[in-house]
Each structure stands twice: as C-alpha cells, then as structure tokens.
Design a protein around this ligand. Structure first.
Ligand code: PLP
Length: 307
C-alpha cells in the first residue's frame, strides 16, 4: 500500500508542564500524520497485509469492529486505495439504524465498505471455525483480518515504527489494545531500551500476545491509566487532552493516545522513570474517533474534545 501522505515519521520534542521533572524529556513520534484515516499504527498494520492480499489474488479485505472502530475505517480506506473491496462485520445490530449519525461507519460506507451488522452474541462467535467457514463460503476471495488488525504481518509493519536512530531513547511508550503494535515496537528495540505499554482496557492480558510474537522481555505493561476500561472517559481525561492540545498543538484521541500521554505525565511525576530519561511516545493516531466520542460526551453533559 502506497501512502500519498507523510511516511517519514516526524518526531518532535514536547514542551508540557511536568514533562521535564527529574531531568526527563518527552518526544512524540507523529505516526498520526501518515494519513488521515489509515493513520498511525493502522498504516503499519495494514501495509504488509494489503500487499499480501494483492499478491495472492484476494479481491477484498474483510474485518471486524465496533461502532467507532479506527480499524474498520482504516481498512475501508486502505482497501479502496489499493483497488480492493471491503467488508466490515460490525458489532451491534442496532447500529444499522444510526449509521448516518455515526461518523466512523458513515465514512467507511462512503469508502465503499459493505457493512454487515450482527448481534453482540453473534459477534462473540466471530473467531469460531463455524463463523469463519460461513464467511469464507460467502466471500471466497476475501482476505480476513482479525478485529484490531493484529496478526504476524501487522506486527512486521509495526516493527517499522521504531527507527534505527532511536537508540538514544531509553523509554518508548505506546497505547495498547490487542498488543500487536507493542509487539512490533518491542521487536525493534535494543536491550538497553524499555517499552512501556499503557493498556487502554482493564488488565494486562496482552502479555500473552506479546510473548507469541517476540522473545524479548524488555517491556512493562500497565493498566493504571485505563480510566476504568475500553473507551471509558471522564472529565479529567478530556480536560487533559484539551490542555495538551492548547499547550503543544497536538491532538490526542480519548481512547488510546490520550490515556498514554496522561500516564506518561503521572509516571514522570511519580519518579517511575530514572532521572534524565529520554522518552519517546508513539502517537498511534485514532483521531477519526473523536467526532463520535464528542457525540457521546454531549449526551453525558461532559466537555467536548477541542478539534
Ligand atoms: C489509535 C490506536 N492506538 C493504539 C491502538 C492499539 O493497538 P493494538 O491493538 O495493536 O494494541 C489502536 C488499536 O488498534 C488504535 O486504534
């Protein structure tokens, strides 16, 4: 998959209150700048998968996701740009009625994705052989990507997030969902570096996925800054994201990178890192989801994320 956008990672130093405590410094790698929708880790996850699909004669990409999934929209756009069709199996049959008020699904459809809405119960069966066989029977030339897009080719793509000249960073951080992105990052690091993964949901079960993709152990996982679970947000997090944007000009998303960056500030404050640590935070994108989150925040009378 060729990207017309910035493939060369931009890395910039962040000036933000608290980031320079204990001699620390924080840089951010703007992989969100690669592409508006096939953004951040999505570009890296899809790169070799799209290549594989094209080389092996598949005619479409088929994948799974929820109402505001970054992966669903990224897959729709990447497929379109590669001349492939796309199919999205969407969790929640009721979403069928609200597609026009859901910015993620509306855009995915506009990019040509066929959306199939299934009940939550059916969705839970999506990885069973029966479910897969049925999909293969219906879409025999579709290349199937797992929910979240993490597989061996995705991890290979994510290895490219870390660059050879990153050796000066002792700490590299990322937001963690399935663990695929972090696995790629860990694979590219040196023994003197440590990868700190901020799990955005309860638990650090991604350890299992990490150990399947890499034998390296120079990493730590924490869910201490997951704000109660996946896509859970509160005023504290929204205020932090808005303050960060105001001070640095950099927009963070509330589901992944906002939680990571909040966690970094807390870790520095609590002297979790060694003195004078040079920290590289990966901005993994996900900004498309803010529009949808703002609709949910309005319903809960919470402040909006400033775009
Ligand atoms: C913006 C963003 N950052 C980070 C992640 C976490 O990636 P992974 O599922 O590979 O852990 C995701 C999910 O794919 C994401 O959309």
């Amino acid at each position: 998959m060729e990207s017309p956008y910035n493939k060369e990672p931009i890395t910039q130093k962040i000036t933000f209150p608290g980031f320079d405590l204990h001699g620390c410094s924080v840089h951010i790698r703007r992989t969100d700048k690669i592409h508006p929708y096939v953004s951040g880790n999505k570009y890296h996850k899809l790169k070799y998968n799209v290549k594989y699909a094209l080389e092996h004669g598949y005619t479409s990409l088929l994948t799974f996701g929820g109402a505001y999934s970054n992966h669903i929209l990224a897959t729709a756009v990447a497929a379109k740009e590669a001349g492939l069709q796309s199919i999205g199996i969407i969790r929640g049959q009721e979403l069928y009625q609200s597609i026009h008020s859901n910015p993620t699904l509306r855009k995915a459809k506009a990019y040509g994705m066929e959306l199939r809405f299934v009940t939550r119960e059916a969705y839970r069966q999506k990885d069973t052989p029966e479910f897969t066989d049925q999909l293969i029977a219906e879409y025999p030339t579709a290349y199937i990507l797992p929910e979240g897009g993490s597989n061996a080719l995705a991890v290979k793509g994510c290895e490219e997030i870390v660059q050879p000249n990153d050796e000066g960073f002792r700490i590299i951080t990322t937001a963690v969902g399935t663990g695929g992105t972090m696995a790629g990052i860990v694979k590219s690091t040196h023994a003197h570096q440590k990868v700190l993964g901020f799990s955005v949901l309860n638990g650090t079960f991604q350890r299992k996925a990490l150990s399947e993709y890499t034998e390296k152990t120079n990493y730590l996982l924490t869910d201490a800054y997951c704000f109660g679970g996946y896509a859970k947000v509160d005023k504290l997090l929204i205020d932090f994201i808005n303050e960060f944007k105001e001070e640095t000009g950099i927009l963070l998303d509330p589901v992944y990178t906002g939680k990571m960056m909040y966690g970094i500030r807390e870790c520095i404050k609590n002297a979790f890192f060694d003195e004078n640590s040079r920290i590289l935070a990966i901005h993994t994108g996900g900004l498309q989801g803010i529009e949808g989150m703002n609709l949910l925040l309005a319903r809960r009378n919470l402040p909006q994320i400033n775009l």
